[in-house]
Design a protein around this ligand. Structure first.
Ligand SMILES: Cc1cc2nc3c(=O)[nH]c(=O)nc-3n(C[C@H](O)[C@H](O)[C@H](O)COP(=O)(O)OP(=O)(O)OC[C@H]3O[C@@H](n4cnc5c(N)ncnc54)[C@H](O)[C@@H]3O)c2cc1C
Length: 363
């Protein structure tokens, strides 16, 4: 068996590590000149959306022998709407860093890989199929999958973010649900040290959202964050992602080609969490290749989570700012607080079931 992996990101590297454990040495082809050679940004794992997995770091280590470390635990989350605010406390999740940083998640995976990585690769999957028995498409780019097979694109998103310098509590994150700064989307602050954080906003590119000017939304958001945390944040780096595709492929495997990570449909529609599903799809593709499972079956729960997450997004997208205020008020009650923080409740499954009529709603 000769396996080529296209893309040395989360799913490609997780796939390589799992193959190596079974004695299969893949060749990895990476478009960029280094692993993680892109903007630095803080990202998060929220266990409430990944249950029954409670602690993804422990799960990946114990179940799959993949060792990663978070930057920090999330102990406090402040969710703000236009006029209200909810505060959640507890073990709410984990923060990590991505991109050009020695501690980034992709860099941590890279250190566990022994296989050869061919950088600056220009190969297409068709090229690779001529010399390899199997190809793993792990390019992080769902548009690439859409060129090869049916891919249901549910939405695309515009994202704008920045690295800011200030003084932060490394365990506290902020989320804003406010249509005047992120119409039908959300904005966030994720610290990656006591002095640096990512602030970002994202909203769907629906035709009726085209009237918004990203620069003025950004200015509003930036000033609001500065005002709320009472600091003049200094922007040291910026990024913008346009038409980020959220959708899911119809066939996780087509003959001897496997689609992993975003190329499978790892990004959860509510609200862009894709890291855990990306790593898991890489592991599952490797398990299928090594006769330890069936990729189609193994990815079924991820497909269901995608659907549940889409129902949640569609429901929240209907809410105007007044209703978002009410939602935030509700989140601030003890009952909602404990539903979110109770580790044994499959929150996404429950919400997906309750909100499934919204799957039919087009926004
Ligand atoms: C701004 C932003 C914020 C996010 N925040 C979060 C968050 O907080 N929590 C969360 O869980 N998820 C988050 N996500 C989603 C998450 O980052 C992705 O779902 C995840 O990284 C996808 O992993 P992947 O393996 O598919 O792709 P990636 O990890 O992106 O890796 C793809 C690799 O393939 C390479 N490549 C591309 N094209 C080719 C080619 N033709 N040939 C060879 N190599 C190629 C790329 O250079 C890259 O190295 C966020 C995404 C963005 C954009």
């Amino acid at each position: 068996m000769k396996v080529a992996i296209m893309g040395a990101g989360l799913s490609g590297l997780a796939c390589a590590i799992t193959l190596e454990k079974q004695g299969v040495v893949p060749t990895i082809f990476e478009k960029r000149s280094k692993v993680g050679d892109r903007f630095v940004n803080g990202e998060a794992f929220l266990p409430a959306l990944n249950r029954p997995i409670k602690d993804c770091y422990a799960y990946l280590a114990e179940k799959h022998g993949i060792y990663l470390q978070p930057l920090n635990n999330i102990r406090k989350m402040i969710i703000s709407s236009e006029n209200d605010r909810a505060v959640l406390h507890g073990q709410l999740g984990f923060l990590n860093i991505r991109g050009r940083d020695e501690d980034s998640l992709e860099f941590q995976l890279y250190k566990q890989v022994k296989s050869e990585i061919i950088f600056n690769s220009q190969y297409t999957y068709e090229n690779l199929l001529q010399n390899f028995t199997h190809v793993i498409v792990a390019t992080g780019d769902a548009a690439y999958t859409a060129k090869i097979q049916d891919f249901t694109q549910d939405l695309t998103v515009t994202l704008k973010g920045a690295t800011v310098e200030g003084t932060f509590d490394k365990r506290h994150v902020g989320i804003w649900l406010d249509n005047t700064i992120a119409p039908q989307g959300y904005a966030y602050l994720l610290p990656f040290s006591e002095k640096e954080a990512t602030i970002a906003l994202g909203y769907p590119d629906y035709p009726h959202n085209q009237k918004f000017d990203i620069k003025s939304l950004w200015n509003k958001f930036y000033h609001r964050v500065c005002k709320e945390i009472e600091q003049e944040l200094r922007i040291t780096d910026q990024f913008e992602v346009t038409r980020y595709i959220i959708g899911i492929c119809s066939a996780p495997r087509l003959a001897n080609t496997f689609f992993t990570g975003n190329c499978f449909g790892a990004i959860m529609p509510a609200y862009g969490f894709g890291q855990l599903a990306a790593i898991l799809t890489g592991i599952y593709a490797a398990q299928d290749l090594c006769g330890l499972g069936n990729y189609f079956e193994l990815t079924k729960p991820l497909r269901q989570s995608y659907k549940n997450s889409l129902a949640l997004r569609r429901a929240v997208e209907q809410l105007d700012n007044h209703k978002l205020d009410l939602l935030v008020k509700l989140i601030n009650t003890n009952l909602a607080n404990s539903l979110i923080t109770t580790p044994n409740l499959n929150l996404l499954g429950f919400l997906g079931f309750v909100l499934r009529p919204y799957l039919l709603k087009r926004v």
